[in-house]
Design a protein around this ligand. Structure first.
Ligand code: SF4
Length: 496
């Protein structure tokens, strides 16, 4: 059997693409190896790249330098350069790394089998087209875990001025509910205990060109959804969600207009209802949310669906309304505060996490301090932080005269991280003494002690000393202590 090694850089979307590639490569007779020792370890080497920051992009090229040396003494070894940097750089990759056989962008992933056959036949191929190619029905090779990631939207239409995603992942499109439900059923049948719906902007699932394309009238009417009013769904209504049929029919007109746009006929709320109705003991999560796309209907659905977990990742990016405007985010500080307040009031025990950028072009000290106070006043449970990194093609990258020095950006990032740590510890301290349900995802020996690690419904990491491997089990845990990044707990009783 031929062997393939894939190095995956960047976000969860890339990891999900790697699982897709492994499924297709399995079909071609390739077996995955997880460790790359030398030039003879594999027949095909793939790097799945990330371009979110300049550092990630540089890493992509530096990682494969050794592969080029290996290829000199083993010319039959094939090297593929894939993902966001490939999409952005295209055939220019060959100039920089002449030993590369295949450059494949994010839009061409579905033609991987044909591309591999061509490089196996000795061709050098670049496939980094503008238009995403339609999906093929290929089984994924999921990484071993309790959580299965399922992509529901790809690309993004928001064009935040700092972000390269719309250029590397393309315009936003939703995968059909039919495909998503099928993948969820397969993952549950394989023993996964958690489904995480993935997308750059999951709340706009089902929209085409910014509009709800079709509504399933059984549970909620079109008018209600469009006004974002929503209603509290009770368990009976969830069971009687009959929208599947209308959700699953094809919208031929849209397909004809642009075959790359999948016609998703339901909103994220409707999708959650459908997934929640699937049999089995499992959890559902979704990420990432765009603040102003979170509707009342979605919040009510989170409350009503027993399998949907109480945690939302809602990037704020800056606490300053002026900077948010320059970032082309469609909300201001006050609006974000209102959204968080509403969610906290309605969803018991919810955790809200966020992303922030330190040192966006032109950001002054006062504006930066507004970010610090936002983080603090909103009591965010955790935040991803990064210093601003200009990305080619984006609007903000052209504002060179407004760039801040590396020293200022690093200093602000450090202060952001200190606030983040304080928030995390304060958030974790609230759980001491409580009993929480934890899904175990790891078991290892740490300094002579066997430790179980898992997550609560609201995504808090918990470490529990215990001698038995309980990976994949839901257990009840008494929280006995809190550290910055995790909780400590004691096993109470097994749920089955
Ligand atoms: Fe990028 Fe903005 Fe889209 Fe998020 S919402 S992927 S930051 S363009």
């Amino acid at each position: 059997m031929k062997k393939v090694y894939i190095e995956t850089l960047g976000c969860q979307m890339n990891k999900s693409d790697t699982e897709k590639m492994l499924g297709m490569l399995d079909f071609l007779g390739y077996e995955e190896i997880r460790e790359l020792k030398d030039k003879d370890s594999a027949d095909l080497l793939i790097i799945n790249t990330c371009s979110i920051r300049q550092l990630s992009e540089d890493k992509a090229f530096s990682r494969i330098g050794t592969w080029g040396k290996w290829k000199k003494s083993r010319p039959e070894l094939k090297v593929a350069f894939c993902g966001c940097v490939a999409q952005k750089t295209g055939a220019a990759v060959f100039k920089r790394m002449p030993f590369v056989d295949l450059v494949m962008g994010t839009h061409n992933i579905n033609e991987l089998p044909d591309l591999i056959k061509r490089i196996e036949a000795g061709e050098k191929v670049c496939a980094a087209g503008e238009i995403p190619l339609p999906e093929k029905n290929i089984e994924l090779k999921r990484a071993k875990s309790v959580n299965a990631w399922i992509t529901i939207t790809e690309g993004c239409d928001n064009f935040c001025t700092y972000c390269i995603v719309p250029y590397t992942r393309g315009r936003e499109r939703s995968r059909s509910p039919e495909t998503i439900i099928k993948e969820a059923k397969e993952a549950l049948a394989q023993g996964f205990k958690e489904i995480t719906l993935l997308g750059q902007n999951v709340d706009s699932y089902g929209k085409v060109n910014g509009k709800w394309k079709m509504v399933n009238g059984e549970v909620e009417g079109k008018g209600k959804r469009e006004k974002g009013k929503g209603e509290i769904f009770d368990k009976e209504k969830i069971k009687s969600c009959h929208c599947e049929e209308s959700c699953l029919q094809n919208d031929a007109a849209i397909q004809k207009e642009n075959p790359s746009l999948l016609t998703a006929h339901c909103s994220l709320s409707s999708l959650l209802l459908k997934l929640n109705a699937l049999d089995g003991d499992f959890r559902i999560r979704f990420t990432t949310s765009y603040p102003t796309d979170i509707t009342d209907e979605l919040i009510d659905t989170v409350i009503a669906c027993d399998k949907v977990c109480e945690c939302l990742h809602i990037p704020m990016q800056s606490g300053s309304s002026e900077i948010l405007k320059k970032m082309n985010r469609r909300y201001d500080r006050e609006t974000y505060f209102k959204i968080v307040k509403k969610i906290r009031e309605k969803v018991p025990d919810v955790t809200i996490t966020s992303d922030f950028i330190a040192g966006f072009p032109s950001e002054n000290e006062k504006q930066f301090e507004e970010t610090l106070t936002a983080m603090q006043e909103l009591e965010l449970d955790y935040s991803n932080t990064a210093a601003y990194s200009p990305r080619e093609q984006t609007v903000a990258a052209k504002w060179e005269e407004l760039f801040l020095s590396d020293e200022v950006k690093e200093d602000r990032l450090k202060r952001l991280n200190e606030q983040n740590k304080a928030n995390c510890l304060a958030s974790n301290n609230k759980y001491i003494g409580r009993e929480l349900e934890v899904l175990i995802d790891n078991f290892e020996n740490h300094k002579g002690k066997n430790i179980l690690t898992g997550r609560t419904r609201n995504n808090k990491i918990v470490h529990i000393p215990h001698g038995k491997n309980l990976v994949g089990k839901f257990i009840n845990v008494k929280i006995t202590g809190a550290k910055t990044w995790y909780l400590k707990g004691e096993l109470r009783r097994l749920e089955g």
